[in-house]
Every structure is written in C-alpha cells, then in structure tokens.
Design a protein around this ligand. Structure first.
Ligand code: PMP
Length: 390
C-alpha cells in the first residue's frame, strides 16, 4: 500500500484515493488471517449480532418453506411492516405500494442513481461516502460537490445549492463519515429549497436510528409531503444484518413501480426468508435503543481518548457509527498531515486499521474515519497505539 501513495489532490469527480477504504479493510483481514490481532476501526460492520427474534424468524421461515421467488417489490406483509413503521415514526401516509425491498442499501442507491437523467447534475455534499462518487462515475452522471468543513461544524451552505444547476441532491444524515445531523431548521430550509427548484432529493437514511443524546431531532424527507424524493434505508446497521442484504427504497408509487421493473430484471426479488426476517426486525425497537445507547457511550470514550492522547480536533458526532477527527503529528507542519501514510504505518506497526480521510474526498487528507464498532477498552487501546505513530 505504501507505494500507492501520491500527493495529488484535486476536488473533481475523477479523484480516487491512493489507499482506499476497501484496501485498508482487505489488508487488515489478510493480516488477521495470518494471526495478528487487529483493532478494526475500518468497515462499518457492527461488532454485535442481529436480534435473536430475527434469527428465529429466518429459521422458522426456512422451515416453513419460505425460500421461493416472491413479488418483485417484496411480499405485501414485509412492505406493510416497513411502511407502517415509517408512518408511526414520521407521521407519513405511506402505503405498501410506496416501498420496494432491495437486496442491500447499495442496490437501492444504484436504482436511485440510475433513474437520474444523464444530463442532470447531481449535487453531493462532501465529505461523502465513496459509493456516491463511484455511482456517478459508473453511470456517467455529472456531479458537483458541496464542501463542508470541520471548522464550520460540517454545515451545508444552502446558498451554494440554491445557485447551482443541480437537479438532484444526495443527502446522508446522520452522516458517514462525520456523524453530523443537520438540524431541523436547516434541513427544513433545504427541503423547501429543493421543492422550489424542483430538485429530486435522494436521502440515504441508513443511520436514522443512530441519533444520540435525544438532542438534535433527526428529520426525514418523509416529513415533507410535497417533495420529489427517494428514501433509501437498510437493516444492515440498526439490526447488524449486513449479510442478510436487507434494505428498501421508498418513493411515490409511479417511481416504485418503475424501479420494481428494474429489480425484477436484476434479481427477480429479495430472498423470501430474508423478507420474513425484515418483518421480525421491524418489531425490535428495544434492541435498537440499547445499541444506540452503547454507540453513544463509545462515542464519549473515543472523544475523550482522542483529546487526551492525540490532541485531535473533531466534531462530536450527533449520530451514525463514525467519528472523523483531524490529526496532526509532531513532525508535520500545519495542514500537511497525510492520513494515507499514517493509516498504512499504523496498520503495519500497531495493528490498528482506520480509513484515510481521502476515501471521502480529496479535501480530507488530514482526517481519518474511525468506526465506533469496537468495545470501549479496544477504542482506548487503539487510540493509544495511534499516539505512538504520531
Ligand atoms: N449508505 C451508507 C451511508 C453506508 O455507510 C452504507 C454501508 N456502509 C450503505 C448505505 C449501504 O449499506 P448496505 O448495502 O449494507 O445496506
């Protein structure tokens, strides 16, 4: 990995990090297979198991022979479980016909991006989870990046969006990697702006359960009835169901019907037993509450250790499973810290795996993304080991 590192940063749609999130994850896994004990702050993979009710429901479904093709958008009971849960939470009036079950959030995002006309400009708030950039490139969509920074609390400049030619906007709150939740007032202004400009808002709400402190109330696109939107969500994070590939996309009936035809071509339907696992998950609120409290505690552990051991600067996450500190080393001059070099050295020498900030855009070379998916003592230990490299 050392040899991949170059220092050319440019904020354009073709930027690619020299050492990516996937590179770090694969290298850490390889070292683990050779017997090293790696502290993983890399992939967003929960370190806890799915709810027992979900596992039981999956086994029962299999025993009952529910291992068939189904309706392409999903069985009515599963779509209803999703729409009713969202309606209870947001006061929306979704019907099962507003829901398409997809084999993972990534597939849902692929369908959402696929439906953007080629000539339309897509706005992406950066730092950005790499899939959005990758999808724009893969589908040859024009993209425009709206920069946010640690120094301004990762806040969006609405004026820039207002004055742009973007016809679609991809949002992700609570945010991966920053942990930011846009406050209700700002989010509302943004939705009003999108309505005024006739923009399509693709809202990736996979972390919507992970909101801490009861402080900032999370706002969903579902709370704006006149908005042209596609909501993407997944069961991967809230229920630790990454390997189930269970997710959904919500939009108006016409859009869902169009996307269902595509889903039918691509995968026919989600596995039937996974859909029954999804129904069970929709009733696991206590499990989710407990996990959210646990991650909030880990966030506190991480922030304390980052301050004490690394003198790092960070935004205290309002939610999500991540923290995105800005680091500096004793030898680097201000602004010159290279997180790609740091991440590679940290893994090689101290067996701690983090993601360099450049995975989230060229402007974040001084940052690293850490997941909060290790227990408290390993979080402390991992940060202590970082201080040795710095
Ligand atoms: N959106 C964001 C912001 C994510 O971080 C992830 C997973 N890392 C996903 C979507 C997709 O998750 P999945 O495909 O497992 O549903």
């Amino acid at each position: 990995l050392q040899s991949q590192i170059s220092k050319k940063d440019k904020e354009d749609e073709n930027f690619a990090p020299a050492v990516s999130l996937v590179d770090m994850f694969l290298k850490a896994r390889e070292m683990e297979r050779s017997g090293k004990d790696i502290i993983h702050f890399d992939a967003g993979e929960p370190d806890f198991e799915p709810p027992p009710q979900v596992v039981d429901a999956t086994i029962s479904a299999l025993k009952e022979g529910k291992a068939r093709y189904t309706e392409s958008a999903g069985v009515p009971a599963a779509k209803r479980a999703v729409s009713e849960k969202l309606n209870r939470r947001y006061g929306s009036v979704l019907a099962p016909e507003n829901v398409l079950l997809t084999a993972g959030g990534r597939l849902a995002l692929y369908y959402a991006f696929m439906s953007i006309p080629k000539d339309d400009m897509v706005g992406v708030a950066t730092p950005d989870w790499p899939a959005y950039r990758d999808l724009c490139r893969f589908l040859t969509l024009k993209s425009r990046f709206f920069k946010t920074s640690l120094d301004s609390g990762w806040d969006l400049d609405l004026g820039e969006i207002e004055n742009s030619r973007c016809k679609a906007l991809i949002l992700n709150y609570p945010n991966n990697p920053t942990g930011k939740v846009l406050d209700k007032k700002k989010f509302t202004q943004l939705m009003e702006l999108a309505e005024r400009k006739g923009m399509l808002v693709i809202s990736d709400e996979v972390y919507s359960d992970y909101v801490f402190d009861g402080g900032k109330e999370f706002t969903s696109v579902l709370q704006f009835p006149n908005l042209n939107f596609m909501l993407v969500s997944s069961l991967s994070k809230s229920y630790a169901m990454t390997g189930f590939r269970a997710a959904y996309i919500v939009s108006d009936r016409k859009t869902i019907s169009r996307l269902t035809n595509i889903n039918s071509m691509v995968v026919t339907s989600m596995p039937e037993f996974v859909q029954y696992a999804m129904i069970a998950a929709m009733n696991c609120d206590d499990y989710v509450r407990e996990k959210v409290q646990m991650i909030a505690r880990r966030r506190d552990t991480a922030t304390k250790a980052l301050t004490k051991n690394l003198d790092a600067e960070y935004y205290t996450p309002d939610g999500s499973l991540y923290i995105f500190p800005r680091l500096h080393s004793q030898s680097s001059s201000p602004g010159a810290f290279d997180s790609e070099k740091f991440a590679v050295e940290l893994l090689d020498k101290e067996y701690v795996s983090v993601t360099p900030g450049t995975s989230f855009g060229p402007l974040f070379r001084e940052h690293i993304r850490m997941t909060l998916l290790q227990n408290d003592s390993r979080i402390e230990e991992g940060i202590e080991r970082m201080s040795k490299i710095l």
